[in-house]
Design a binder for this molecule. Structure first.
Ligand code: ADP
Ligand code: MG
Length: 236
């Protein structure tokens, strides 16, 4: 693991995340040149996460207790495996998944990126792949000169995966259903922690995503329903 000097991260708003975890900025900025120290792993994970977080959500802080518990579980599992194997650092590799449900604008994406930021500062290595379902389908459309299976593997096999807006497309096609199934089935079989968001009503999930996908999601995910108004309209 690369050593990330503390000065590189000045200006990032990590203090509320650290506070949520009972950690301090002094700890986060420990300058000991040890690439395996938990503080360096935190800076490394945060730097990698920050590159994947859209500008709009760069200061997001999650407030859902279920996300906090999910992060606790991932961190505890990563540390348990580290101890068991005597590994130099703790890494998130397997664990439960979480499905955030709610209508447009309730704050699903904000919560998801808040969770990603918070997991990053805990001091375990957390390597995310991030996509919206729509971008994933677009990236995987068979086209000349692109190895879409290799592209798919980047998401399917990612240690942690955020799939934003699953089921949002107006008309599911055979292609999108196949992508959903292969993606969810792989992550289900390998216990790969996945954070999903969807604005589909819970009772319509099976209709939108198909029984095979919904059944796997039911087993692998904790479902969290978010209620509220569209925050975007309120802001406008
Ligand atoms: N807890 C929050 N605090 C401040 N702003 C928020 C919060 N949750 C969401 N927002 C803002 O409200 C808007 C809608 O949130 P977003 O997460 O994009 O909704 P969704 O993904 O559910 O459609 C965005 O501008 C987002 O930045
Ligand atoms: Mg969203």
């Amino acid at each position: 693991m690369q050593y990330i000097p503390p000065s590189n991260l000045r200006g990032h708003d990590v203090e509320p995340l650290l506070a949520n975890r009972g950690l301090t900025a002094d700890w986060f900025n420990t300058h000991d040149f040890d690439p395996h120290s938990a503080a360096n792993v935190a800076r490394h994970s945060y730097t990698e996460a920050a590159a994947k977080i859209p500008f709009h959500y760069r200061t997001a802080v999650s407030s859902l207790p279920q996300l906090r518990t999910w992060i606790d579980t991932l961190v505890a599992d990563a540390k348990a495996v580290q101890t068991e194997r005597g590994a130099p650092i703790a890494s998130v590799n397997t664990g439960p998944s979480l499905l955030l449900l709610g209508s447009t604008g309730v704050g699903k994406t904000h919560e998801a990126y808040g969770a990603m930021r918070e997991l990053a500062v805990t001091g375990v290595s957390a390597r995310w792949a991030v996509t919206t379902a729509a971008d994933l389908y677009a990236a995987l459309r068979p086209r000349h000169g692109v190895d879409s299976e290799a592209e798919f593997a980047r998401y399917r096999k990612a240690a942690l995966l955020l799939v934003d807006d699953l089921g949002a497309e107006r008309k599911p096609t055979e292609f999108t259903e196949e992508v959903n199934f292969r993606l969810i089935n792989y992550r289900y079989e390998h216990h790969l922690p996945t954070l999903l968001t969807s604005n589909v009503e819970p009772k319509e999930l099976a209709g939108r995503l198909g029984d095979r996908v919904t059944s796997r999601l039911a087993e692998m995910c904790e479902r969290v329903a978010m209620k509220g108004n569209d925050r975007r309209r309120r802001a406008a």
